[in-house]
Every structure is written in C-alpha cells, then in structure tokens.
Design a protein around this ligand. Sequence first.
Ligand SMILES: CC(C)(COP(=O)(O)OP(=O)(O)OC[C@H]1O[C@@H](n2cnc3c(N)ncnc32)[C@H](O)[C@@H]1OP(=O)(O)O)[C@@H](O)C(=O)NCCC(=O)NCCS
Length: 176
Amino acid sequence: MTLVLPRIAMLDADTLTTRLDELCEVLENCVQGGASVSFMLPFDRDKSRAFWQNVARSVARNERIVLVEEDASGAIIGTVQLITDQPENQPHRADVSKLLVHDSARRQGVAGRLMTQLETVARNCGKTVLVLDTSTGSGAETFYSRMGWQKVGEIPRYALMPDGEMTATSVFYKFL
Ligand SMILES: CC(C)(COP(=O)(O)OP(=O)(O)OC[C@H]1O[C@@H](n2cnc3c(N)ncnc32)[C@H](O)[C@@H]1OP(=O)(O)O)[C@@H](O)C(=O)NCCC(=O)NCCS
C-alpha cells in the first residue's frame, strides 16, 4: 500500500494566479453550500476570480499569506489566509481569513492541518496574537473551539448569509 501524505503549500502571487480556477472551485463550493464568507448568492466565476485576483495582488504586496492543501492528485481541496499587514501598533497580531475546505474533503482533518501550519507560519512571522470571526452557530464555530481558540463574544446582526438571512458573528482569538 502506498501512503500519500497530505501536502500543504504556501502560494506566491504568480502561482496563485496560475491556480486561480482551482481556488475558485473551493470558494464557489463553500458559498454555494451556504457558508458565510463575505459573499451572497448568486455567486459566479467572475466574482470568484475577482476575489482571488485581489488576493494575489495582496500577496504580491506582502500583506497576506495563502496556504493550500492538495489532494493526492495535486488539486487544491482547502485553503486559509493569514493577514499579516497590521497597523504599526499591532505588529505582533494577524487576522485569519477564508478558511475554506471543499465539501468533498470535509471531516478528514484538512482544516485542522491548515490551521496548525498557519500557526507555525504566524509564529515564524513574529505573530503572537491571532484574531478571526465566524458565523455564530456554524460548523466553523465548533471547529475553532475544538482547535483551542477563545471565543470573546457575539455581535448580533453582523452579516447576511448567502441566501440573505441575517447572522450574528462570533469573535475568537488565540495566543501563540
Ligand atoms: C469549517 C470547515 C473549514 C471545517 O473543515 P474540515 O476540514 O471539515 O475540518 P476538520 O476535518 O479539520 O475538523 C476537525 C474537527 O472540527 C470539528 N468540526 C469540523 N467541522 C464541523 C462541523 N461542520 N460541525 C461541527 N464540528 C465540526 C469536529 O470536531 C472535527 O473533528 P471530527 O471530524 O473528528 O468530529 C469546513 O466545514 C468549511 O470549509 N466550511 C465552509 C466554509 C467556512 O465556513 N469557513 C469558515 C470561515 S470563518
């Protein structure tokens, strides 16, 4: 039996641009599945490409880091971002954003591996405080609690779900 280990990679801006369609697949799958990750339905390839093109430009400016996990065939099945560019009085802090796992690859530890690697990357950048928010009551909220994140509280009526329903957000932090 051949053991295929999961591969996590950090994408530079050029690679990100080359692999835009794979990243779009993951984002569209999550939005169309109802995840609250900034976008509304209908969500199409044009919107998705525009989002990732902006991310690529941000990576090129050294404002954020993008990690992906690939499956055995080399296709991207999950991704997460660390926003390292912060105000000058918060050099030790970073935001975590857009943790996305394709629904065909969920509950197999992909998000857990991505977040563990992201923490290592953050430490290597001198970051000791990470912050994120996620839709209250979502599977992601359970996931972050399970990964040792501290919930600060909830902000009611914070955002809309992709179908237009109002949702609260839960704010989390983690000390590294
Ligand atoms: C939330 C998400 C990233 C989890 O990805 P994943 O790869 O399936 O997570 P993991 O397999 O690493 O899960 C680890 C543990 O977290 C918890 N967990 C993960 N997803 C969960 C869910 N939907 N409901 C409840 N608990 C969950 C479980 O305890 C799980 O362990 P178990 O499978 O042994 O029970 C994924 O469901 C996703 O992409 N959702 C849509 C996008 C989204 O909401 N992203 C968050 C934006 S802030």
